[in-house]
Design a protein around this ligand. Structure first.
Ligand code: PMT
Length: 219
């Protein structure tokens, strides 16, 4: 008696952190565990969607065989993978915590600790979700916003700037929300609506997000 409400739809989800190499042993990264993105992938697959999950380094594994998992490391690799599938998807959800900058040069050998002050030059990474927004034809695009201040204003700004249909805001100021934890607390914005949710398990947050997407698709 499962609700196959996403049967026939292809959903692409980005998840996890990206790692930007400094040398063969070190990288710049962040605290994303991939839990939010993997929960979305499992829930979309349960609802009958074909799921393409593009994830940075995480210790998680998938359970549903309707999920095609592609593991990448850097933002550039994530963008390449996304573009490989983008034209054929119906829904795109960007839950990855993509590194905004990467080291300008990657040392081929391990960097030695000779200097007391060591400076790294960083160069801006491609914005994957913004690129998806620019190339949007029929795709329904959902972004995330991870904020620490002016949360709603920043989230709504990203919704417009990246040409999205929906944005999910989570704030590091909310206890139990954001990175690594098994729970999250979100607000969802479209251009005209706002919905606020209680603190829940990421599995249940994924259900709320997909319910909202389905409701918008029926409009
Ligand atoms: O993985 P977990 O431990 O479960 O944690 C989940 C999460 C906190 C990582 C997740 O819920 C979340 O908020 N993901 C987005 C984190 C983020 O990088 O937000 P942002 O506000 O910096 O980016 C805005 C949007 O643009 C996001 O959809 C992001 O995926 C996307 N983006 C950002 C930069 C970039 N270069 N490319 C992108 O696609």
């Amino acid at each position: 008696d499962q609700n196959k409400s996403l049967e026939g739809k292809t959903v692409l989800i980005t998840a996890g952190p990206t790692y930007e190499a400094l040398d063969p042993v070190r990288f710049i990264g962040n605290h994303s565990s991939g839990k939010m993105g993997f929960s979305l992938a499992e829930e979309a697959a349960k609802r009958g969607a074909k799921v393409i999950l593009i994830s940075g380094p995480t210790s998680l594994n998938i359970k549903n065989e309707n999920i095609q998992l592609h593991r990448i490391t850097s933002a550039k690799e994530m963008l390449e993978k996304v573009l490989q599938f983008y034209d054929a998807i119906d829904i795109g959800i960007a839950s990855a915590a993509v590194a905004d900058y990467a080291p300008k040069e990657v040392a081929t050998e391990k960097i030695k600790k000779n200097e007391d002050i060591f400076t790294i030059e960083l160069i801006k990474n491609p914005d994957i979700l913004k690129t998806m927004g620019e190339k949007k034809i029929h795709q329904f695009l959902v972004g995330f916003a991870l904020e620490t201040q002016n949360e709603e204003e920043n989230a709504k700004g990203k919704l417009l700037k990246k040409n999205l249909d929906m944005i999910v805001l989570n704030s590091l100021r909310d206890e139990g929300a954001g990175f690594k934890k098994d729970t999250n607390k979100i607000k969802i914005f479209t251009k005209t609506e706002k919905k606020e949710f209680d603190l829940k398990s990421k599995e249940n947050v994924a259900k709320d997000i997909l319910d909202c997407i389905e409701a918008q698709l029926l409009k």
